[in-house]
Design a protein around this ligand. Sequence first.
Ligand code: NAP
Length: 301
Amino acid sequence: MKPSNGNSSLPRVGYVGLGIMGRPMAGHLLSAGYPLTVFNRTRAKTALLAAAGARVADSPRAVAEASDIIFTNVTDSPDLEAVILGGADKAASIIEGARSGSIVVDNSTVAPATATRIAALLEKKGVHFLDAPVTGGEKGAVEATLAIMVGGDEKVFQRTLPLLQRLGKTVLHVGPNGAGQMTKAINQILGAIHLCAMAEAIALAKAAGLDPEKTRQIVANGAAGSWMLTNLAPRAIAGDFRPGFKAGLQNKDLRIALEAAAQLGLDLPITQLARRDFQRLVDMGCGDEGTQAIVKTRGKQ
Ligand code: NAP
């Protein structure tokens, strides 16, 4: 990333939450010329973006005051409520700093009900909200190849589209506020079930004395192939459990999906089994490892 102060004809952009996903995503907006102001709770994580030309603010509120479009990317529903609506320090929150007409675009994965609640509270101040969760992993964030599913007003979506297209390859408006997060919950049940299938396949290959990597190469290229087999199984087989997507976050997403399904009166038994396995992995102390560590819950390793 070359140092840049941004192009003054473009909207001023803010980014709150510079974790595994947020930092590269904010970096793409800066590289595209958008004047960028950032905040991260742990300030050290702002250093790379600051060196590349981003301004570093002292609070989510200060980011909102300096921005026309404010992105958020934090862990869970209560964290998003804290940065947007205010937790212990309400005065430091986005809602206190955002001006009427500005747009908050949330890239976190949170409950659909949280997205609709935040949208309604921001709208009272004339601030627009889009729930815009992403999929594609750390690799997708770094390479700007994410899929982004967006809930909210379609005209507001169109205004943010040029920015979202800097972050992802597939950007779709999927419905009103909450629809983006509901789509993401569906994505997460598919991903988690595929991960559990991957773990059982590797366990059986090993127990049967097959070469797990050769087995993976064959099945990943046939009808049983999946993103998990292509991207995460090689790491699992090599014993590399460093996180792209943390197991604890996957567990959180299964909780969100099951709660959303329950509110709709829907039973998802296979998702419940996947939740049981991810909860077990978290209970084993592996919540900060990558989701490929799910193999640790299966048979002979
Ligand atoms: P991460 O590396 O753990 O980063 C989480 C970020 O949220 C950090 O910047 C953290 O600040 C901030 N944060 C958390 N709670 C906060 C609070 N109460 N107040 C202020 N800041 C807070 O996680 P990540 O992998 O980037 O994931 C971020 C979101 O994207 C999650 O909702 C996740 O489910 C979703 N997601 C992740 C992936 C993936 O592959 N990693 C893919 C798709 C979606 P600190 O630095 O101070 O801890």
